[in-house]
Design a protein around this ligand. Structure first.
Ligand code: ADP
Length: 757
């Protein structure tokens, strides 16, 4: 291939293949998020799954027994690129055709590369599918990066069951990273709690949110660290100030190791390492941070070398010089003076020639084709001395050289050429010295990420007034004055109204009724978010919180359409509901925000009814169920471990309906839909017409309900019991002493009617 700048034929080869999952393009990469490339291998119904971030050197692998688990993990990891078997491509929508076949020996690939005899040290022994996925992914990285992957120092086997599984709908419904409506970051949990100071911390906090812990000991290890910092606000500030000075050490070292890093990266790394001792001193002597401290390496020697070798503002390119500081290398210094002297000689030569020829416009110039030359305008050509050698004629000028000029030119150009080469060699050596310490640098980066997240949690606790949750291996949820971490931060009129939540074996199923916009969803989500926050080891938005560890949070929220995938709203709703009924355990937390809305009222009530009974009787999970079906209030009254709650409203002639956002015991057997519509500005006529229609419908509905509606057959046994129960309740409420004989007869008649219906 001919180079356009006239250097002639240059041999070209592919030095790196850039793919979505392996790019280093700063325009594509997000500072605080990983960019993963993943690999899935499959045999029968077993899957190996591996993923890596080339920009940080993280590399993980695991395996699954079924597609559902794999799918859920894929959604969490959210790779930018995934290589997989051809047959999997339609199921994994970002699947890239798998470029390798199984005939290669993935185990050998890994063993050879890491120079180890067994994969035991990575926890991969006997995990054939995880090994296969890791091996294949490794081959892929080698083939695309075409260089040593030194920054990948290990592959970690992980078991998804070590963490609380978070399925796609939970991540979406709780708006952890993106809002449901417009996929924005503002208005999400990460938006509120990610106050990290470094990109490393930013990536780790995301990782923690996606991997809530399940063991009390692990959660407490984080909480205790926060606790130590919280007692000392100036320490938090100090730590955060220092952390704020750091660059993205992980990505710097990866770039340097892959050979794409430049001298500016070395300087950024040096400047970051210079801050490490200050960070260390913040946590010095604090036992709980001993391990973190041990992983923070200041690498003074490296700082010194880089400081001596690299100029303060090196050029971006590593092959054009302008990198190495004076005084670092004798040969370079000598070459530089030759070049400088030569250049100043040439500069003086111009003055001398002007004087000698009397041509004031005579200029010594330089271009890549001719090197140095003397340019003389056409008007002055008659004064050109004889020893000038003509090189080129232009429209208005002619260009000449002289033997003397060429002699110095050669000196200068040779020196400059050599300077560039030498600077590159010296840069390369410094880079290699840095890479030799890659393990320590990576450990430092990880320790910094941890400190960053912990100090962020401490900072949040102070700033937002969060409390330390008390964690129980088993047990219920007891939150005093809890708040929704996001809604309380969003601008809206008035203060956020805090609410308690108590769930235990006696009150396990909380049914929440109340008008639309009354605060039901907010309450449900704030409980789920509080539990999630506690299990990632964060303090929580409450005055006090006792959290019994949950094994999983299930959510069924609102009407989420999946029409693009050809499923109707109601179908999706039912799929989500069945997923919950099939997977929840008594240790789970279930959040149901409306069930059965996507179908007719009778269908809807029946389904909601059946689901309530199923969860209460069979699963016995901690459940919060918000519904506008007030028919369920009575069902809930009847279930032994269920309790009715409602969001309080105040209603009077003057104000109409006022939402109080207070969750109180009891049920609201009125929808207030029309009142809400009125508040929303529906024309007066339409509002009063709606009232009229409602009255008619309610009368009919009651009649129809009593005439054994078809759907209710499903629950026959229960619904009969239900009417009997109502009679018993009425009887209990009756104050016989106060009844006149006439009233008593009337009541008796009512009761008889009720039992007949
Ligand atoms: P519902 O689920 O009952 O329809 P939401 O939970 O969606 O109601 O709440 C509607 C709005 O009311 C929220 O967007 C928020 O602005 C406000 N809100 C909810 N809960 C509270 C609260 N505890 N304190 C103050 N405002 C609240």
């Amino acid at each position: 291939i001919t180079e356009p700048d006239g250097k002639g034929i240059v041999e070209r080869e592919v030095i790196r293949v850039v793919t979505p999952g392996t790019t280093f393009d700063e325009g594509i990469l997000e500072n605080k998020a990983n960019n993963f490339v993943a690999c899935v291998v499959k045999e029968g119904d077993r899957y190996g799954f591996s993923y890596a971030d080339v920009t940080t050197g993280d590399f993980k692998s695991t395996e699954f027994e079924n597609f559902k688990e794999l799918e859920s993990e894929l959604a969490k990891v959210n790779p930018a690129e995934c290589i997989c078997d051809e047959e999997l491509i339609p199921r994994i929508n970002f699947g890239y055709k798998f470029p390798y076949n199984y005939s290669k020996d993935p185990e050998k690939t890994l063993k050879d590369y890491f120079e180890i005899k067994s994969l035991k040290i990575f926890g991969l022994e006997g995990k054939n599918f995880a090994v296969r996925a890791a091996g294949m992914l490794f081959e892929y990285l080698k083939d695309t990066q075409k260089t040593d992957l030194k920054h990948i120092q290990k592959i970690s086997y992980y078991d998804v069951f070590e963490f609380m599984p978070l399925d796609k709908s939970c991540v979406r419904n709780l708006e952890l990273f993106f809002t449901n409506r417009d996929s924005k970051k503002e208005g999400t949990l990460i938006w509120v709690i990610d106050n990290t100071s470094t990109p490393m911390g930013g990536r780790l906090i995301r990782n923690w949110i996606l991997h809530p812990l399940l063991k009390k000991k692990d959660i407490e290890a984080r909480l205790k660290k926060i606790d130590v910092l919280i007692k000392n606000s100036s320490l938090i500030r100090n730590l955060r100030d220092n952390l704020g000075e750091l660059y993205d050490i992980e990505r710097l070292i990866s770039r340097l190791s892959l050979g794409t890093g430049n001298a500016r990266d070395l300087n950024a790394l040096k400047q970051s390492l210079e801050v490490v001792p200050k960070i260390k001193s913040c946590i010095k002597g604090k036992n709980i941070f001993a391990e973190v401290e041990a992983d923070l390496y200041s690498l003074k020697n490296l700082v010194k070398i880089v400081g001596e070798a690299i100029v303060d503002e090196p050029s971006i390119s590593v092959r054009d010089g302008g990198i190495i500081a004076p005084g670092y290398n004798k040969e370079l210094d000598d070459l530089r003076s030759i070049s400088t002297e030569g250049k100043s000689f040439i500069k003086n030569l111009q003055l001398r020639e002007v004087k000698k020829t009397g041509i004031n416009s005579l200029k010594v110039k330089f271009n890549k084709v001719f090197g140095y030359y003397i340019e003389i305008s056409k008007a002055n050509l008659s004064s050109v001395p004889d020893d000038y050698i003509r090189k080129q004629t232009l429209v208005n000028a002619e260009r000449f050289i002289t033997p003397e000029l060429k002699e110095y030119e050669e000196k200068v150009l040779n020196a400059e050429e050599r300077i560039k080469e030498l600077e590159y060699e010296l840069f390369y050596d410094v880079r290699m010295k840095v890479i030799e310490e890659i393990v320590k640098i990576q450990k430092t980066a990880k320790a910094i990420a941890l400190l960053d997240v912990i100090s962020t949690f401490a900072f949040n606790a102070e700033k937002y007034n969060y409390c330390k949750p008390e964690i129980f291996e088993n047990g219920g949820i007891d939150i005093k004055n809890g708040r929704h971490p996001v809604i309380e931060k969003m601008t809206f009129t008035g203060e956020f109204v805090p609410n308690d939540c108590k769930i235990d074996k006696k009150r396990e199923f909380l049914l929440i009724t109340g008008p639309n916009m009354g605060g039901k969803s907010t309450y449900l989500r704030q409980i789920a978010l509080t539990v999630l926050m506690a299990q990632i080891g964060s303090f929580v938005p409450a005055e006090k919180a006792g959290i019994g560890i949950v094994d999983r949070i299930f959510t069924r929220v609102g009407a989420s359409d999946n029409l693009a995938e050809g499923e109707s709203t109601f179908m999706v709703e039912m799929q989500e509901a069945s997923f919950i009924l099939n997977n929840a355990t008594e240790k789970s937390l279930i959040i149901l925000d409306e069930i059965g809305r996507g179908t007719s009222t009778y269908d809807g009530v029946s389904i909601a009814w059946a689901i309530t009974e199923f969860i209460h009787d069979k699963i016995q999970a901690k459940t919060l169920f918000a519904t506008h079906y007030h028919e369920l209030i009575e069902l809930s009254d009847r279930l032994s471990r269920s309790l009715n709650l409602c969001v309080a409203v105040r209603e009077n002639e003057k104000e109409g309906v006022v939402f109080l956002y207070k969750v109180v015991e009891g049920g609201i057997n009125k929808s207030y839909g029309i009142e809400v519509a009125k508040l929303a500005g529906l024309p007066v006529d339409a509002v009063s017409r709606a009232r009229g229609v409602l009255k008619e419908l309610e009368a009919k509905q009651i009649k129809k309900m009593r005439v054994s509606p078809d759907q209710m057959k499903l629950f026959e046994g229960k619904s009969r019991k239900h009417s009997e129960l109502k009679v018993l309740k009425d009887l209990k409420k009756m104050d016989i002493d106060k009844l006149t004989p006439m009233e008593a007869l009337q009541k008796l008649n009512d009761i008889k009617k009720k039992t007949e219906s």
